[in-house]
Design a binder for this molecule. Structure first.
Ligand SMILES: Nc1ncnc2c1ncn2[C@@H]1O[C@H](COP(=O)(O)OP(=O)(O)OP(=O)(O)O)[C@@H](O)[C@H]1O
Ligand SMILES: [Mg+2]
Length: 253
């Protein structure tokens, strides 16, 4: 079976009305592994993730030029937007729990996709919660409201939901901004487990997190890609680019 989960971005330019958020971005994201994206505020990281799953199109006044290919297929040509979204799990900075039970939060997307058999849903819910390292903490109270969980647990519930439709690509946007360091470490372990199964795009404002987790690291600044390289090289004493050096060493940003 060919490896799935590769992304090719070609000359992507995104404008919000007259503000340029991404300026001719081209990237090759290989299948599997963790692709870390770092960069200061407003560098276009979130816009890039929203372009990949095409949620950007629902924002007012946005223009998108360029192409994005997933497994060689131009995403613009995918007519069923839900097919695309099923292939991409998204995790945002703050947990966005639905006002439903823990079980129903995770079963939500599979049900929309037409899965209703109890045994199948049970299996998906358990698998997703296990993958998100939350199962042991919630298995005895799956009927409780998801919103009653702690912040760190809710973020893991969000990850379980993103995994429930078995995506080939998992995007995380600053997932640790509102969770404690212990939860951050647990989720980092989860990502290391998952990276053999799917492509993980990890947007992070913590450069040390990129250093710990990224196989490749992409540094963005002001809507442009400054450098992409092996993480080790990006964080070395000589990454080959002064701006990269300054950013990862905290000179700015
Ligand atoms: N909905 C929007 N309308 C107008 N401008 C926007 C919108 N969303 C983002 N922008 C602008 O586009 C640029 C890129 O924003 P984006 O959110 O992608 O950056 P980011 O790298 O994710 O930043 P942060 O680290 O703060 O999350 C910024 O200048 C931002 O102000
Ligand atoms: Mg952002």
């Amino acid at each position: 079976m060919p490896e799935t989960g590769s992304i090719e971005i070609k000359d992507l330019t995104v404008r919000y009305r007259n503000k340029i958020a991404l300026d001719g971005v081209s990237l090759s994201i290989p299948a599997k592994g963790i692709y870390a994206i770092i960069g200061p505020a407003n560098s276009g990281k979130t816009t890039l993730l929203k372009s990949i799953n095409r949620t950007i199109e629902s924002e007012a006044g946005v223009s998108v030029k360029g192409q994005i290919f997933i497994d060689g297929r131009n995403t613009k040509r995918i007519r069923d937007i839900y097919e695309l979204r099923r292939r991409i799990g998204m995790v945002f900075p703050l947990p966005v729990g639905l006002p439903l039970s823990i079980y129903d939060n995770v079963a939500y997307a599979p049900r929309i996709a037409g899965k209703h058999a109890r045994s199948e849903l049970d299996e998906i819910v358990e698998r997703s919660l296990r993958q998100a390292a939350l199962w042991d903490e919630v298995k005895d109270r799956l009927k409780s409201l998801g919103t009653m969980l702690s912040g760190g647990q809710q973020q893991r519930l969000t990850i379980a939901r993103a995994l429930s439709h078995d995506p080939e690509i998992l995007c995380l946007d600053e997932f640790s901004i509102a969770v404690d360091p212990v939860t951050t470490m647990r989720i980092e372990d989860v990502l290391v487990e998952l990276k053999n199964k799917m492509t993980i795009i990890l947007v992070t404002n913590l450069v040390q997190q990129a250093r710990r987790l990224g196989d490749l690291t992409c540094f963005m600044n002001m809507g442009k890609v400054v450098q992409v390289d092996e993480t080790e090289k990006m964080f070395s004493d000589n990454p080959g680019n002064q701006l990269t050096y300054d950013y990862v060493h905290g000179v700015f940003g």
